[in-house]
Design a protein around this ligand. Sequence first.
Ligand SMILES: Nc1ncnc2c1ncn2[C@@H]1O[C@H](COP(=O)(O)OP(=O)(O)OP(=O)(O)O)[C@@H](O)[C@H]1O
Length: 373
Amino acid sequence: LAEGGLQSPGSCCCLPCRFPRLQVFCRVRPLVDGGLSEHIQLSTNDNKMLALAKTEESHVGRAGDTQKSYNFSFDRVFGPKASQQEVFDEISLLVQSALDGYNVCCFAYGQTGSGKTFTMEGDDTEETMGVIPRAVQQMFKTAKRLEEQGWQFTFTASFVEIYNETLRDLLYTGKANKRPEHEIRKLANNDVTVTNLTYQKVCSEDQVLNLIALAKQNRSTAQTNLNDRSSRSHSVFQLAIEGGNAGRDINCKSTLCLVDLAGSERMLKSQSQGERFKEMTAINSSLSNLGIVITALANKENYIPYRNSKLTYLLQGCLGGNSKTLMFVNISPEPDSFGETLNSLRFASKVSGFLVIKLFVLYCKTGGGGADF
Ligand SMILES: Nc1ncnc2c1ncn2[C@@H]1O[C@H](COP(=O)(O)OP(=O)(O)OP(=O)(O)O)[C@@H](O)[C@H]1O
């Protein structure tokens, strides 16, 4: 599209080589006073590198202290000063490829309070709005432009929360005591659908912004002082796109999927007990299954365990086959988050590492050129 022409699904000549199937971006949240802790070191001339440094105390006095540094490399690293616009600029072409018929999935992964919701939803102003409203804005703008070339698009939005492996419709407007239950179903044509879920046809940016506000409200009513539920649930916004160009006899169908994952902190730190233990078990299991699914897809394994968690089952259509995936790993800069930050960066590197290995194998197989992932 950037080159000015829409292609039928999968036939675009420029996008597949420009975007690998999986990209990982790291975003560092600013400290409350706006700065950055010393233990997170960003390179001034390489926006793909980040190091986490720690001084390990010596048992024989301060003179023997050692600096331990953990180096990471991602497709892009955003420092604490990166604006919402700068972040979106880096993913806008990927988002746009959903109009080309590619399924696109974008996750925010990280510990509670690391900036996942800020990245995905953001705040209400033009400057602070996040990936979801910006993506939708771009979709409608581009679809409008393409109307001049004979394209007609329909958009259908849904917004679902997964809490303790149970689905909840975030666009529900009925009585609280009449909330229906939901099941994920795979249809004969391989589409994944959710029973009793609100699928809302949308044709303007404002309509979607209203749905996002409704989802926020639905989420906060389920939350009590004792239960900061949004941190412990995944929220999945999906925009199903159907496009057609009667003059050229082309149709395409795809889904843009934007996911704010539950906080990734480990079980030990939160000293979980009772309900909290159940929540943490569900989160850890679905996040690790997400890693397993992404890895299995990158390795082109025959069996992909989508059904091991509600999250991957729901996202099945957006993760496999003709799809492009981007993961944000959001990290907190506070020194006491060091352990969780290291953990998040290791998870993200592991996920992206398989891509690097695969690219290297392809590179070797093709004699060092022409590998198109
Ligand atoms: N890049 C940023 N610039 C300015 N403020 C930010 C940024 N990232 C996050 N914040 C602020 O930090 C706080 C925590 O961020 P946020 O709620 O997005 O975290 P989270 O990872 O979604 O947490 P949870 O898992 O609880 O949902 C919020 O007040 C948010 O506005």
